[in-house]
Design a binder for this molecule. Structure first.
Ligand code: ADP
Length: 817
């Protein structure tokens, strides 16, 4: 009998839970298992299916499980067979979604909480907020009797593998269920509620956790499903508030969620350029009133017209007294005389439509959860799936939960450093970064003789986060006594002396601005090395921060190569990858790619809606990205496209023919009148022959009466307007590291002018779970110069995953997801 994997959502809902359920269900089916869902969290599991209506444990009562190599369906089989049923699932065409679980009766779901689902049952779930299978808080599950009922219901449905997506409460419940499982089974057997054969067959329960939580409060993982969306909603709100605050010269106190975790407050503070943040893990030093007023008064002295304070709901003073938004408002009004308003964002933060990062995270983690279940043995612990920088991880579930609970305990004991130590490195770096960019404190200045002049330049095309990185670098310099010098309009600007010192206030609003405030273009130093050297020398620049895409990497490489000829280039040079194409070699991310993916999924969601409304339509969406398919592949994964064409893979006639045949097959199998639109994503340079227009026409021609085809080119809209909070926060973090790199090496070079080496001309790169500087020379060894991209990239395998999730292709025998 095929293994049965069930997935449920529990506790507070978060954006991306549906993407997780979809990924688990699809992965289970792809791996030859039956996919089940449990509605309404632990409550649904305790209730089970109404008596007499229990799902048969006999696999044949439901569609026969296909051999893995027969997925997707062979073109020979006619619709209406079990194959069609398998695709449609038990309810078909996302029926659970369309009718909503509230309409359960109409679907015959009354009294049924544990359901088998098929491929199309989870169709169109990716862009839905909250959780479509419902969630609940369940007191009964806290009691052993409730867990016994849950065990009986799982066994009667033949399920022995469970994916639980929820917060630390839900995962604690999951751990208890697994730990007690043998006793629960023994009790059920003794009472005759299950047969000896069932007890034997289900003697082990496998559980994997996915963390669905908007607070990002789970220790041991960098991001939880839903946190990025919640942050996006907060930043949208604060960005809007900022303009009214500036108009009236007001102060706003914005309360955000986070009882024991200040991640949302801190990241929102960084991403929106707020003036002050209150977090549970790090109360302000001394008297919070005096500290806050000191900081804010200095900001006003600098000329700021608005004041934004972000406060986590669990904010505390050092003596553990809660700090409420109204307390803060009273202090601001009394001591600083500010016209102050309080905004509580409340449930808007739950997020609604998930951002691209949550969809991708939930999908990758859902896939990993199924793999972890299939690998689990009675001896292996239960895992929770996490992420470190860009690496999906497995952590022992109970360890993760205990570490998370430890944070609250340490806060209670006023051990704030201990609480912070349990947060990931991004959090601690974020705190430091927030201080650097928001505080004006004479005590941070380095001695006169250690101060340098740092040049900042943008190269290549604009990308979200460039301005935030520049703002941070400028503030870093000013906070330490260095002199920030911005170079306008790239290399031509340098040659034309468009070079200026810049002050603290000038960059204040830059974090939320898209494009490039400095101006940028594609001209490289090799346009005139001599003149570039002369200008750098003339402006006495001792360290250069380059922000840009492939051009930034090329510029650092060229300057490094010319150091023998031009002493002016023997200063430290650091680059931050910033390009929507994410084609800088080695680094797994570049600033702007998150913003761009959000723009892409927003556009695709709208296009898909239009395609669905007109029935039977395939949209071919063209993306930018040069010769790098990153945006196309990640976009396909996040938007739920069924096909994706990339320059790395190219497009062949035979493959195109198979794609067309497959699309016809899928439209044939759709329930008549219920067909939804389908998306195909094509990178602009995927093929010179099979252009977007050609593919659209081929699909139209071949679709005949089954489906129609249209195209849409997203072009420069992918630059995305306002940068995403993740790009802004990442920009800040990387900029601080680059400034430290530049100042340290500049001082070393002052002492020993021969100390420059390849390592001092570097690009900051996120690699797996590390952030590190890679010398331009080393990076060049990993670059495919002709195609302007890396020789390899971490996401190459995700094209296949996107197509697997779209149903285009099947796993090969023995292949894992
Ligand atoms: P979250 O999962 O978002 O942290 P809760 O803490 O409310 O949300 O937990 C959700 C559900 O998980 C609870 O209603 C309860 O059914 C179950 N649960 C939480 N803690 C335990 C526990 N210690 N033992 C058993 N079940 C628990």
């Amino acid at each position: 009998m095929a293994p049965r994997i069930a997935v449920m959502t529990s506790g507070g809902d978060s954006a991306g839970m549906n993407a997780a359920v979809r990924a688990v269900a699809k992965s289970a089916i792809l791996r030859g298992c039956q996919a089940w869902v449990v509605r309404e969290g632990w409550e649904g599991l305790v209730r089970g299916n109404a008596e007499g209506e229990e799902e048969s444990t006999d696999g044949d009562a439901t569609p026969p499980h296909p051999e893995p190599e027969t997925l997707p369906p062979s073109v020979a089989q006619p619709p209406g067979t079990s194959e069609a049923r398998r695709w449609r699932g038990t309810y078909g065409q996302g029926e659970l979604l369309r009718e909503g679980v509230g309409e359960a009766e109409e679907l015959g779901l009354k009294g049924k909480y544990i359901l088998r689902v098929g491929w199309d049952d989870v169709r169109g779930w990716m862009d839905q907020g909250g959780t479509l299978i419902g969630t609940a808080r369940c007191a009964a599950f806290r009691e052993v009797a409730g867990r016994q009922r849950a065990a009986r219901n799982l066994i009667s449905c033949g399920i022995d593998a469970l994916v639980v997506c929820g917060g630390d409460g839900s995962l604690t419940g999951a751990d208890r269920l697994r730990a007690e499982w043998p006793e629960l089974v023994a009790a059920l057997l003794e009472r005759g509620e299950i047969s000896a054969e069932q007890a034997q067959r289900h003697r082990h329960l496998k559980i994997v956790g996915l963390v669905g939580s908007i607070d990002n409060d789970m220790a041991t993982t960098d991001m939880t499903i839903g946190a990025a969306t919640a942050l996006a909603r907060i930043c949208e709100a604060v960005d809007s508030i900022s303009s009214t605050a500036a108009s009236h010269s007001r102060a706003f106190v914005v309360e955000v969620m986070g009882r024991h975790c200040g991640w949302l407050a801190l990241m929102a503070g960084i991403a929106t350029g707020a003036d002050y943040v209150f977090l549970p893990e790090r109360p302000p030093p001394g008297d919070w009133r005096a500290d806050m007023c000191g900081v804010l008064a200095r900001h006003r002295e600098m000329g700021k017209r608005k004041t934004i304070v972000i406060v986590a709901e669990g904010a505390l003073a050092r003596d553990l007294t809660p700090i409420s938004p109204d307390d803060i408002k009273a202090v601001l009004a009394e001591r600083l005389g500010l016209d102050t308003r309080v905004t509580t964002l409340g449930h808007t933060q739950r997020g609604g439509k998930p951002v691209a990062a949550d969809r991708v995270l939930a999908t990758l983690q859902g896939v990993e959860a199924v793999e972890a279940l299939l690998e689990a043995t009675p001896e292996t612990p239960s895992y929770v799936i996490g992420i470190r920088e860009n690496k999906i991880t497995r952590i022992e579930l109970m360890h993760a939960v205990q570490q998370t609970q430890l944070v609250a305990q340490r806060i209670e004991k006023q051990d704030f450093d201990g609480a912070l130590a349990l947060r990931d490195s991004e959090f601690a770096e974020g705190l430091r970064a927030f201080d650097v960019i928001s505080k004006i404190d004479e005590r941070e200045l380095v001695p006169q003789e250690q101060r340098i002049k740092m040049g900042i330049i943008h190269l290549g095309a604009p990308a979200g986060g460039m301005n935030a990185a520049t703002r941070t670098a400028v503030r870093y310099c000013l906070a330490h006594g260095h002199t920030p010098v911005v170079i306008h309009n790239g290399i031509p600007g340098l040659l034309a002396d468009s070079v200026a010192e810049i002050n603290w206030l000038r960059v204040d609003n830059w974090t939320t601005r898209g494009g490039s405030e400095l101006g940028t273009n594609r001209v490289l130093p090799d346009s005139d090395f001599g003149a570039v050297a002369a200008k750098l020398q003339q402006h006495k620049i001792e360290g250069l921060l380059v922000i840009g895409g492939f051009e930034a990497f090329l510029a650092v490489k060229q300057l490094n190569e010319q150091r023998a000829n031009y002493p002016a280039f023997r200063m430290p040079i650091a680059a931050i990858p910033a390009t929507i194409s994410n084609n800088v070699p080695v680094s797994e991310f570049s600033l702007g790619s998150d913003t761009s993916l959000n723009a892409l999924v927003d556009a695709c969601d709208a296009i898909k809606q239009s395609a669905s409304a007109s029935r039977n339509r395939t949209f071919v969406v063209e993306t930018q990205g040069g010769r790098c398919g990153y945006v196309a592949v990640m976009g396909a994964l996040a938007a739920g496209a069924v096909l994706v064409y990339t320059p790395e893979h190219g497009i062949g006639l035979q493959e195109l023919g198979e794609d067309v045949a497959w699309l016809r097959r899928r439209f044939e199998l759709d329930t008549k009148g219920k067909s939804e639109g389908r998306l195909v994503i094509r990178n602009e340079r995927a093929s010179d022959v099979y252009t977007t227009e050609v593919i659209t026409k081929i699909l139209k021609e071949e679709g005949q009466d089954l489906f129609d085809s249209r195209s849409a080119s997203l072009g420069h809209t992918l630059q995305g307007g306002t940068p995403s909070p993740l790009d802004r926060a990442r920009a800040t973090r990387l900029a601080i590291k680059c400034c430290e790199f530049l100042t340290q090496h500049a001082l070393a070079l002052r002492k020993d002018s021969t100390a420059y080496g390849d390592a001092t001309a570097a690009i900051i790169a996120i690699r797996g779970s590390d952030v590190e500087f890679v010398g331009a020379k080393d990076m060049a060894a990993q670059a495919d110069m002709k195609n302007r991209r890396g020789k390899t990239a971490w996401w190459h395998g995700l094209k296949r995953l996107a197509e697997l999730m779209g149903g285009r292709t099947a796993l090969k025998v023995g292949e894992k997801l």
